[in-house]
Design a protein around this ligand. Sequence first.
Ligand code: TXA
Ligand code: MG
Length: 313
Amino acid sequence: MQTELTDIPERAAAFVRSGGVVAFPTETVYGLGADVFNADAIAKIFEAKRRPADNPLIAHIGNLEQIGTLAVRTTAAADLLIDKFFPGPLTLVLEKVAEVPLIATAGLDTLGIRMPSGELAQRFLQACGTPVAAPSANVSGRPSPTTWEAVFEDLNGRIDCILKGDPTEIGLESTVVDCTEDVPTVLRAGAISIEDLRLVLPSIRLHDHSDSANARSPGMRHKHYAPLARVVIWDRNVEIFEQISAAFIGLKAPTGNVRLEKICDSVEEYARSVFAFFRECDHAGIETIYCERVGEEGLGAALMDRISRAAER
Ligand code: TXA
Ligand code: MG
């Protein structure tokens, strides 16, 4: 398959309208989208990414009215979150309508819904004229793509089109909140932090991911975000001895020598850079990536979640 590269959102949207799959930028990471109501098109997403069929997709919307075409109802809690955080890096899980095919939700009767805030994403979604089901646009298990070049590296020749935009602003995937029960639960940490959410919904809970019998977010079970290199979470004050095949990313240079180093000015910059740095390390043949531990407040919780998962293997 020939993959078309374009920076015109209307052109990329035409592929979605005719049942194709298109990568597009959002403020979090690039997504790989298809018409949420077209089961055949959605099957192509799973195939292109080699995504396990038990991992549900998020429906991306271009206007708030589309929520009514996807969810049976919203809840009072969901309405508060929509009011405060849409458009933005927040996904709400709601009870889905029958028209959304089960392949999109991996057989679940619930659906994740999100309205991205990026300007190009909005223009693209509006031109699609339909909600767009999209996971991150990486091959399953690999770091999520924060540049169109990363999408190209993973998916060139396997999808119809890449809508080229700037590197993504946030760099980590959206916060996922399950709103199907009385007390909403955070299933995945993201740039909308638990502290932000508590200001609107003081009773919101954090999902216990160690309780696998109760895996409400199936995607969290799968291996994730992994570069080829081994990822090690690094605590300041541990010396990294001269290592020719090691790399470091964090807020302050370590003592000792590594081959590749990315020192970030803030946790925001660290989050924005980490997935691209993982890919850069793979290109350079790095064997071990030391990632500095950060405090788990605000965006730090999402960043620690992603590097901890990358370190699991
Ligand atoms: O920022 C993002 O969320 C990006 C951009 C492209 O929007 N998308 C993204 O999609 O990260 P993906 O497929 O890589 O991650 C979706 C997450 C998974 O952990 C999945 O299990 C969870 O959302 N999820 C989706 N639908 C769900 C549902 N109905 N119930 C529970 N969890 C759900
Ligand atoms: Mg993903």
